[in-house]
Design a protein around this ligand. Structure first.
Ligand SMILES: *Cc1c(COP(=O)(O)O)cnc(C)c1O
Length: 400
């Protein structure tokens, strides 16, 4: 049998060094729990980066994948396939959107949304092409999304980068107004910024953005790659703020663990003609069957409402921790997307101690960790996670 140390040695020999991994090799999961190759159990408050929304190894998904694998994996979009149409109907009938196109990741979904906005500019807006995005946003790793992302450190290494994006401070409507020109065709924004720090917009900001877009004939694109599918306590993030976008992108939680993305649009924004865009794998029977099973489970079992309730419970616990430990300087979030900020760069020490205590988190910033458990997490699992978090924090401070 290959030992944990041997797996890690092989990784450094064969895998490109692009991420400083946490030290464990994860072997299997069930619900909110995962186990490493040494048999150690953890509560997984990363859920594959806000992906495994209905928990690890959910039998509903396992069955859907196995059944579909026995029937048909891939055909290309040259043909009609049933799971793709079923998933399209489910998403459209449960959102404010009219049409959908499937792809394979969040970055690809945003690429499609950006192309759709530009096509709208060509067709209806005299060639307008500029897109306003926010500072501290995150839209993905392709060159176009690196340009869209308002964080210079993602761009500097890869210049020249595509032009046509203007970045404005998040949560600042005046800056957006000033950045708008005749060339502006769209605004692309996350309802809550995820990678950028779990930043919640002020009351009314997204409404003001919607109003500005309406006044100026701009398309409003919501990047819901992280906020979609229940993460904020509503099926889609826009519902939590009561603001409808014209175009919406999804990925992460959409597949419940399989790689799938989507962009959706209202009919008025569907400017593409056949051949304008495409994808070999996008919307194939395997990923759409899995995504259908996961999404239907989320809807039928009222998982977003559960996430909202569990989010409030987690918030209470995190606020109690903050009241008891002055090195915690901020706790912020919504639904089951939370950040805990410290008064010093103690994230590495906190991560190490929490790993030891059996709680997996995401190191968001040198002084901030992010918690995003499966949306099916229970109260008792949250209690246990808070116990392990406090144990890890106390240990990290003791060592620090
Ligand atoms: C993760 C993320 C992306 C990129 O998705 P990938 O699947 O990694 O390409 C884009 N936008 C937001 C808001 C994200 O959180």
């Amino acid at each position: 049998m290959t030992s944990t140390a041997e797996w890690k040695e092989k990784e450094s020999k064969y895998y490109m060094f692009l991420v400083r991994r946490q030290p464990m090799v994860i072997e299997r999961g069930e619900g909110t729990h995962v186990w490493d190759t040494d048999g150690k159990e953890y509560l997984d408050f990363t859920s594959g980066w806000a992906v495994n929304n209905i928990g690890h190894a959910n039998p509903v998904m396992a069955e859907a994948i196995a059944e579909q694998a026995k029937k048909l994996l891939q055909t290309s979009n040259q043909f009609y396939t049933i799971p793709q149409i079923q998933l399209a109907e489910l998403l459209v009938e449960n959102s404010c959107m009219d049409k959908v196109f499937f792809c394979n990741s969040g970055a690809e979904a945003n690429e499609g949304a950006i192309k759709l906005a530009k096509k709208n500019g060509k067709k209806h807006r005299n060639g307008a092409y500029e897109i306003i995005t926010a500072l501290n946003s995150f839209h993905g790793r392709t060159m176009m999304n690196v340009a869209a992302t308002g964080q210079p450190h993602y761009q500097e290494l890869f210049t020249p980068i595509p032009t046509g994006f203007t970045h404005v401070p998040y949560d600042d409507i005046e800056a957006m107004k000033q950045a708008t020109t005749d060339r502006t065709v769209a605004v692309m924004i996350e309802p809550v910024q995820g990678e950028g720090g779990v930043n919640i917009p002020s009351e009314g900001y997204l409404q003001q953005v919607r109003g500005w877009c309406d006044e100026n004939d701009l398309l409003l694109i919501f990047d819901e790659v992280q906020t979609g599918l229940g993460r904020l306590g509503t099926l889609f993030g826009y519902q939590a703020f009561d603001v409808e976008p014209d175009i919406m992108t999804l990925a992460k939680g959409l597949g419940g663990g399989v790689p799938i993305g989507a962009f959706l649009a209202k009919d008025a924004a569907c400017a593409f003609d056949p051949g304008d865009h495409g994808s070999t794998f996008g919307g194939n029977p395997l990923t759409t069957a899995a995504s259908y099973a996961s999404t239907k489970y989320i809807i039928d079992n009222h998982v977003p409402a559960h996430a909202k309730e569990m989010g409030q419970y987690l918030e209470q616990g995190l606020r109690k921790l903050m009241a008891n430990h002055e090195f915690i300087t901020d706790v912020r979030g919504m639904g089951l997307l939370w950040a805990v900020e410290f008064n010093s760069d103690m994230t590495p020490a906190v991560m190490a101690a929490c790993n030891e205590a059996g709680l997996l988190m995401n190191p968001l910033r040198p002084n901030t960790v992010r918690l995003m458990p499966p949306l099916t997490v229970s109260k008792s699992e949250i209690d246990e996670a808070l116990t392990r978090l406090e144990k890890g924090l106390v240990e990290a401070v003791k060592q620090g």
